[in-house]
Design a protein around this ligand. Structure first.
Ligand code: SAH
Ligand code: SF4
Ligand code: F3S
Length: 476
């Protein structure tokens, strides 16, 4: 039945169906409220990347639309974990926390527990949950998240565990409710899935094939967000540089950026993630020419060794990567560069690691996320026989981290005393007299101010650098 529905319903019909389910669930929630004499609460916990964070906003959108009140507290009536599986420890975290949830549920037997996201798409996970975590009420994956209202209805009207995992989908359903975490900024999906199959990475297996949204749908969403008070957006995709290639009328990411840059009222545009193999000269030019595009590029390196990059299936080598960096810096001299690096990919030798260190020293990243390689079952790298010695990997990892930190401190220090454009983002948690804002290059600065400033841009002098953040003051 489900497959049939998937084939027959258009995106528009699917949307209508989900709104009908929301009406039905609203009745159920209302009845429960009357029975309990209080509002019902929901708690959505997000693991993983920006993509998951955006999905969670969609889940909260539906839950609050049907009457739940959002809370951070996991003692809620409806708790959902939106999971990540990119590294093994992401999975372990979820299993650990599920243990706690079962004790909460013993105290509140009406409590509903749901799991969704990338980890649910991984082989073996659902079987394990079905066997050892019977108290979970609802399990679904990444491809049918737009069916959440319907799944919610099904789980609220049945006793057992509802499991619905799809292998893939080609459908994109627009305009379901969303509740943003921040009033002034928002992620915007421009594409879903990934076709790159880097040999270490599980994402293409759990997020499915690449699908781009139509540019007019993206623009319409952003205009709606701007009308609702958003001034900064982050365009989201696993590889934004390959955006639009498979659309009926292909559009490049550079073209999309130019269109988004035209939107009145929008102040800042960010995007992630860029894959070096698809980074075009056109994009560099668009970044340079579009005044709203932030001067920041997250450009995952993964490894500086051309030999390993080949084994990783990354489709660029050390020299090509360095050439892109050179072009970016020539076009946008003050651009901030950040990256992701994996240490301990199977077969990584001392020489390979030294190549990575060499790139790190040459590029001088403003910051870098460093990861120890995690073996993901089902990926080609997991089957490689020459897995590294954990002790050596840890030594390399520590060495890399030290280098990365020394460079980012040096880079941050260099901006001390300069005046930068800053977006006021939130009240400082420790000191209410301060406002926390962000530079175009993504660094953080705290400066005197009040809540009325949130969402506006200011010229701020960076008076002191504290390593990972600055203290500053507004210059008039
Ligand atoms: N699409 C993005 C990255 C998504 S995953 C890109 O291609 O850059 C985020 C980061 O997790 C990756 O950049 C990589 O550095 C890291 N990662 C992915 N798989 C990993 C694994 N098996 N072990 C360790 N780190 C991994
Ligand atoms: Fe994973 Fe590579 Fe796709 Fe990024 S581009 S999500 S690292 S397969
Ligand atoms: Fe994790 Fe899925 Fe993102 S595996 S990194 S949450 S796409």
């Amino acid at each position: 039945m489900r497959d049939l529905e998937q084939q027959i319903l258009t995106g528009e019909e699917e949307k209508k169906l989900q709104y009908e389910y929301m009406d039905k669930v609203r009745q159920i929630v209302k009845a429960k409220e009357e029975e309990k004499g209080r509002r019902l609460t929901c708690c959505v916990k997000t693991f993983g990347c920006q993509m998951n964070a955006r999905d969670s906003e969609k889940l909260v959108g539906i839950l609050t639309d049907v009457g739940y009140v959002e809370t951070e507290d996991e003692h809620a009536d409806f708790v959902i974990y939106n999971t990540c599986t990119v590294r093994e420890n992401a999975n372990n975290k979820v299993y650990g926390r599920l243990g706690y949830l079962s004790t909460y549920k013993k105290k509140n037997p009406d409590m509903m527990i749901a799991l969704c996201g990338c980890m649910m798409q991984e082989e073996g996970v659902v079987a394990k949950l079905q066997k050892s975590y019977r108290f979970v009420n609802l399990i679904f994956g990444t491809h049918n998240i737009y069916k959440f209202a319907e799944l919610l209805y099904r789980s609220l009207t049945s006793d057992g565990m509802i499991v619905d995992i799809w292998k893939d989908t080609d459908k994109i359903v627009e305009e379901l409710p969303v509740k943003r975490k921040f009033s002034f900024k928002s992620g915007v999906n421009i594409m879903f899935g990934c076709n790159n199959f880097c040999s270490y990475c599980i994402v293409p297996y759990v997020r499915g094939r690449e699908r781009s949204r139509e540019p007019q749908d993206i623009i319409r969403e952003i205009k709606g967000l701007v009308a609702d008070g958003v001034c900064e957006i982050m365009l989201l995709g696993q590889n934004v540089n390959s955006y639009g290639k498979n659309l009926e009328h292909p559009v490049t990411f550079a073209e999309l950026l130019r269109m988004v840059n035209e939107i009145d009222g929008l102040k800042r545009i960010r995007f992630m993630t860029s894959h070096p193999k698809d980074l075009s000269d056109d994009l560099i030019l668009a970044m340079k020419e579009c005044d709203k595009v932030c001067k920041h590029m997250h450009l995952p390196l993964q490894s500086g060794s051309s030999r390993l990059l080949k084994l990783m299936n990354r489709h660029y080598d050390k020299e090509q990567y360095l050439t892109i960096v050179k072009k970016l810096r020539e076009a946008i001299p003050d651009i901030a560069l950040t990256t992701d690096i994996i240490v301990g990919f199977p077969g990584e030798t001392e020489e390979d690691f030294m190549e990575t260190l060499d790139v790190v020293k040459q590029v001088e990243y403003d910051s870098a996320f460093t990861f120890i390689y995690s073996k993901r079952t089902g990926t080609p790298a997991a089957a490689m026989e020459n897995q590294c010695d954990p002790k050596e990997v840890k030594e390399h990892f520590d060495m890399l981290l030290k280098e990365v930190q020394a460079i980012s401190t040096k880079k941050a220090m260099a901006l001390t005393g300069t005046v930068q454009e800053v977006l006021a983002e939130e009240e400082n948690e420790q000191d209410k007299r301060l406002i926390t804002g962000r530079l175009s290059n993504n660094s953080i600065v705290h400066f005197p101010g009040d809540c009325s400033m949130i969402g506006n841009l200011y010229q701020v002098r960076l008076t002191e650098c504290k390593g990972f953040y600055y203290l500053g003051e507004i210059v008039s």
